[in-house]
Design a protein around this ligand. Structure first.
Ligand SMILES: [Zn+2]
Ligand SMILES: [Zn+2]
Ligand SMILES: [Zn+2]
Length: 154
C-alpha cells in the first residue's frame, strides 16, 4: 500500500475510533500502519519485530497483544484463527456497514483477501449448522486455497 493511501486509511481509522469513543493512540496507529503495509498477515511476534525495525522501540508481547486486540475490537483489523495472524481490515475506507468477513487465504504467497458473506448464504449456513445441534460462537470463515496471482505463476 502506498504512503498516501496509508495515511488516508489511518485518518479514517482515527475518525472511526473517535466516533466509537475510543482513542487510536500513537502506538495503536503505528501497529495498524504496520498491518496495512504488510504484504501478508502477521503474527504478534512479527509485529514486535517490525515495530522494532520501524520505530526503534521494543514492545512486550503483552502490549503487542493488547494493541492487536484493540484493533480487532474496533474492526480495524481481523484475527485469522486458522493461521493465528492478524490482518488490517480492507474496508476501513468504505462507507458501507462491515459485513461478516470471509477470508480467502492463499497457502502459497500467504496473502489474504477479505470478502463479505452474502446475507442469504450466511442464513443458510447458520440453519445448516444449527440443525446439527451445534452452537456457533464465531461465524468468520477462513477459506484456504491459491490466489489468482499464484495460479497464473504456476
Ligand atoms: Zn474488515
Ligand atoms: Zn468495503
Ligand atoms: Zn498467492
Amino acid at each position: 500500500m502506498n504512503q498516501s493511501i496509508t495515511s488516508k486509511t489511518l485518518q479514517n481509522a482515527e475518525a472511526m475510533c473517535l466516533e466509537a469513543g475510543v482513542r487510536l493512540t500513537t502506538k495503536r496507529k503505528r501497529a495498524l500502519s504496520l498491518l496495512l503495509n504488510a504484504p501478508a498477515p502477521i503474527s504478534a511476534y512479527e509485529l514486535i519485530d517490525e515495530y522494532k525495525n520501524q520505530y526503534q522501540e521494543s514492545l512486550t508481547p503483552m502490549s503487542a497483544y493488547r494493541m492487536l486486540n484493540f484493533l480487532v475490537d474496533e474492526m480495524l483489523a481481523h484475527k485469522l484463527q486458522s493461521v493465528n495472524k492478524y490482518t488490517a481490515c480492507e474496508h476501513i475506507n468504505c462507507n458501507h456497514a462491515h459485513e461478516l468477513p470471509q477470508f480467502l487465504i492463499c497457502d502459497t504467497c500467504k496473502s489474504v483477501s477479505e470478502a463479505g458473506i452474502k446475507e442469504d448464504t450466511l442464513k443458510k449456513l447458520k440453519v445448516d449448522v444449527t440443525e446439527t445441534g451445534f452452537s456457533l460462537n464465531n461465524q468468520q470463515l477462513e477459506l484456504h486455497g491459491t490466489c489468482r496471482n499464484c495460479q497464473s505463476a504456476q
